[in-house]
Structure formats: C-alpha cells, structure tokens
Design a protein around this ligand. Sequence first.
Ligand SMILES: NC(=O)c1ccc[n+]([C@@H]2O[C@H](COP(=O)([O-])OP(=O)(O)OC[C@H]3O[C@@H](n4cnc5c(N)ncnc54)[C@H](OP(=O)(O)O)[C@@H]3O)[C@@H](O)[C@H]2O)c1
Length: 307
Amino acid sequence: MPATGLPTRTLGRTGLEVTTLGYGAMSLDSRFGRTVSQDEANTVLNALLDAGVNFIDTSPDYGPSEEMVGKAVAGRRNEYVLASKCGCPVAVEPGQQGHVYTPANITAAIEQSLRRLQTDHLDIVQFHGSPSRAALEEHRAIRALQAAQQAGKVRFIGMSGTIPNLADQIALGVFDVFQIPYSALQREHETLISAAHAAGAGTVIRGGVARGAPSEEKAWDIRRLPEVPDERPRTLWEQASLDDLLGGMTRMEFMLRFTLSHPDLDTTIVGTANPDHLRQNLDAARKGPLPADVMAEAKRRLDAASK
Ligand SMILES: NC(=O)c1ccc[n+]([C@@H]2O[C@H](COP(=O)([O-])OP(=O)(O)OC[C@H]3O[C@@H](n4cnc5c(N)ncnc54)[C@H](OP(=O)(O)O)[C@@H]3O)[C@@H](O)[C@H]2O)c1
C-alpha cells in the first residue's frame, strides 16, 4: 500500500499501476452537475493529485472538461494516467448528432484532446458510445486508433462498452482497457467486468456512486440518473433495505465500497466538483472493499429485490 493509503491495482495488460479511486472529469461539465469555475476545477484536480489519485478520465464530449484539466494540472502530467475518448463529433458537419467512427473524426479528436489537455500523449483513448463490431469495421476505426498509437500520441486503446456490444468487443481481443458502468444499483455488467479482466484488459468502472443519487443530500434526484430514467434505483435500495446494512457508514461510503468490492475492478472514476465529497470518497477508498459478510448480504438482498 503506498504512503497515501490509497490501494492500487495493475490496469490489466497496460501494466500501469492505478489507484482504485480514479477521477471522472465529466463533473466539470455543467450539463452533468452545476457550473464549475476554472478556480474550482484547479482546487479539486490538485487536491486529488495531492491525495495520490493517479487516474483521470475525460472526453471531447464533456464541454470544457479537457481544457480545464489541461489548465489545472498539465504541469503535473507525470503524476496521472490520462484517459480520453474518440468517436465524439469533432470533425463532422455542423449539427451532426451522435458518434462518428471515421478515421478523420478519430484523428481530429485525438489532436484536439492533445491540445486541450496540453500534453504530447494520451495514455488511453477509448471509443465513446459502445460501437458495434460492424460500426467499427465500417470505417476501419480500430486501425485509425492504432495509427495514433504507432505515432506515439496514444499509449493504449480502450472501449467505453456496454450491453449489448460489450461481450463482442471483449472477444475482438484488441482493447487494452474497458470502461464499464457498475454500482450496487446497476449490476447488469457485473460478470462482463470479470470477462474483460479474464481477457487481460484493464477495467475502469464508471457510475460507481450512482451519481450521488442515494446520498442524503441529493435525496434520489432522478434527474441525476439519465441512463436509468425511472424510480428503479430508489425502489431497489428500499426493497433491499440497504439502510439496515450501513452500520454507521453513509450511503455514499456504502455505495463506493460496494463498487470497490468487485474483485475484477482496477479503478473506479468517481466524478465530483465538491472538495468535501472528494475527501469523503478518499476516506471510503482507503477503507477499501466492504466486509465480506456485508457484501454477501447486500448482494443477496439486491438479487431478491431484483426478481
Ligand atoms: N459513456 C461513457 O463513456 C461515460 C458515461 C458517463 C460517465 N463517464 C465517465 O465516468 C465518470 C463517472 O461517471 P458519472 O458521473 O456518471 O457517475 P458517478 O461517478 O457515479 O457520479 C458522479 C456524481 O456523483 C456525485 N458525487 C460524487 N461523490 C459524492 C459524494 N461523496 N456525495 C454525494 N454526491 C457525490 C457528484 O456530484 P458532486 O459534484 O456534487 O460531488 C457527481 O455528480 C464521468 O466523470 C466520466 O468520466 C463515461
């Protein structure tokens, strides 16, 4: 265990040593939270590096996020593994919606990310939007990312993958890293995380605190859960009586430690623009996985409540 007290894991075949608590920089985009000033971004990004967190995930799709990260911590570039994405509309006709996996759009995204993040290399570039094998093959998208790798602009290639395409993406055997959603309240990808790990890839877990929705403070604001736009997470929490298992933990500590209990997780990129939440998440991450009996009982209750 490093002096920071933050556990680390090897990110699959990349060989990179990453803290199990990483950072999701989507929280710097006002569409996914409140408006965050550059000063606030400087505070939270430097605080997380000071605490020893060494993995930052961002995307061309997250408004000012990449530029803010560049301005705040480009001077500390050797202290973090930097992941961004491609397929986001960068070099496309104005008004075009959705992800585009042409070589021109992929290359333009990488060049833009390098400029915005003030760096000469991205450690990981992940395909955004979980494209199917057919969508990747249509424009030889993987080859475009591998060309950037050969040019030294990208070290490892990854996929932000979800059902129904994730199993097939793992079977392709070309991705070094998979970014996958998972939490106590969203367990659909639980076994696919293990499949990605078994295939030798690194696993980057997103949504690990369910956007803070269960917290006392956010009180199940379901607008915070755009991927699951209904009452299911709250119903699941209540039907499983998870409050009875807290034993002095806050709901957020329980949520984060549940996610960290997945045996095949390498890092979970929790987003926050709030230094207090960062401190709470650091404390939870230092405690590590939930006690085995609490985890087993939580899963038993969640399974029963999901039937
Ligand atoms: N398709 C994709 O590839 C994709 C999609 C979504 C996200 N992502 C990546 O994954 C990262 C994380 O995803 P996410 O933001 O959806 O999920 P998340 O990490 O579960 O949730 C982040 C939200 O939780 C709140 N939060 C964090 N710690 C908290 C605490 N201790 N107490 C109360 N609230 C807390 C934050 O609000 P405060 O600012 O108030 O703390 C923030 O809005 C993103 O930043 C992004 O990098 C990728």
